[in-house]
Design a protein. Sequence first.
Length: 154
Amino acid sequence: MELIKELIRDGAIFLIPLVVLIITRLIKFVLFYLRHNYDWKFAFQHSMSYGHMPSVHTALMVSLVTTVGYYTGIKSGAFAVAVVIATLIIDDATRLRVYMGDLGRYINAIRKKIDLDEKEFPRLKERMGHRISEVIAGAITGFLLTILFIYWIG
């Protein structure tokens, strides 16, 4: 067991966020499955798309920032880069993709109004970004899982 912990400790800055990403995706899938009447097919088709609870991108980036800060220190250049990238990705999830979803909704309304063929002009996704609550849940999930793994590997 100690050998496994040592191997994990050596690659912790990469491995911990990766494991947090996988666990958060699983949590997202289970929540989506439960919220949509236990429909496996629907859950597999839609749960891993953009949006929904919790924000996997946010969990990953908060985990990365926390791991880099813990192992290299908050005064390191790596920590500064991690914070900047995390800020860009979380901002993208909450603003840019929300605008893309709004545009999809407008285009879908226009397509329907002028009665375009849906096979030639398929319906666009309208739910692209994250609500603030989904981002907060992703941040909490990423932080808590990261702290748990850091504690576990010592």
